[in-house]
Ligand binder design. Sequence first.
Ligand SMILES: Cc1cc2nc3c(=O)[nH]c(=O)nc-3n(C[C@H](O)[C@H](O)[C@H](O)COP(=O)(O)OP(=O)(O)OC[C@H]3O[C@@H](n4cnc5c(N)ncnc54)[C@H](O)[C@@H]3O)c2cc1C
Length: 348
Amino acid sequence: MPTSLARRRAIIVGAGQSGLAVAAALSAEGLRPQQDFVVIDAAAPGHRSWSSRWHSMVLLSDARHSALPTRRYPGDQRSHPRVDEMVDYLKVVEASIGVETAWGVRVTGAERRGDGSTLHLSTTAGEVQTRNIVCATGAAAHPRLPEWASALTVPGVAIHSSSYQYPRQIPTPDVLVIGGGNSGLQIARELAASHTVTMAVRTRRAHRPLASYPLAAGGRRPLFGGDLRPEPVFGDSYERLQQAGVRIAPAVAGVHIATAVTHARGGAVTFEDGTTASPGSVIFATGYLPGDDWLPDEARIRGTRRTTTPVPGLFVAGFPQYSRRGVDTIAGVSADATAIAHHIINRP
Ligand SMILES: Cc1cc2nc3c(=O)[nH]c(=O)nc-3n(C[C@H](O)[C@H](O)[C@H](O)COP(=O)(O)OP(=O)(O)OC[C@H]3O[C@@H](n4cnc5c(N)ncnc54)[C@H](O)[C@@H]3O)c2cc1C
């Protein structure tokens, strides 16, 4: 274990906006980066999850609502940042707090041993002890795929929206976008200019104007104990997509396994109305799974605890499941960060 991680009062896991928000809040409480707390991240130096989004992506939140309280987003506050601009912005935030992230260090587990006053963090660089750990590894960390996804074979590509980068990636003239949320809508919109696009939609989400994103996505309504409602779609709408030539289909129920002996796997999908289709390519815009998979089972009790877990000293930032709606947005995460900083400062 690099000595720079040892004997720190807190270790923040994740150098995205949530980790940096916690770093800023600890700093505001008088804790010194590198000396009192460290930030570690599995990614290559400077890589943020925004770096992996599709190239044309523009944030739904405007500049005013795409910033942490420590630093105003530069320029016109009504403009919507591009993803590469967000990456630059977070780099500036990191430098302004004085954080030197330890990149390339993946956390694999955390546990409490003995009397529980010390936590043990397992990482790819070794094990380290600390009194406080903050999990800031992202509410949208891993692709969520339907169970039948691996049984689908198509002539072109079948990828999750997290791997979609630009239209040239889709080698076939037609593509089926599975999922009618904001990612599905934006990707279908981009591909409609160059491909024949079908979008499979299970639940037609409520439509909201783009300007309402900060309130509707980053609102303050507590949703303790229950499932979060599906996020509305912002800006674009199913109707406008149809006008652009996108066919809206029912949800996909599964893979249609052909009976011909030459087809060992399914090249067609069955929609919920019983119809089938054989798409050239498929994009699964089916959402994400949270990055809390490295937490011990006893900590993964989600709900009303507002950033704390049943493991003393183990905190979670940026996950609505552990806190409240909106903390997974840039404008919303500081509520978690401030609460965690208070907890850490007040722990013996
Ligand atoms: C497609 C999409 C569009 C979005 N658009 C908006 C928007 O317009 N406005 C808005 O406010 N929000 C938006 N969000 C929500 C949110 O702002 C982003 O998901 C944001 O990236 C969350 O930041 P984070 O710091 O919580 O997590 P992340 O950005 O995912 O950062 C987590 C970090 O943890 C690291 N990590 C993960 N696992 C480990 C591990 N085991 N060990 C060490 N490090 C690890 C990762 O490398 C990563 O750097 C969007 C989300 C998605 C998916």
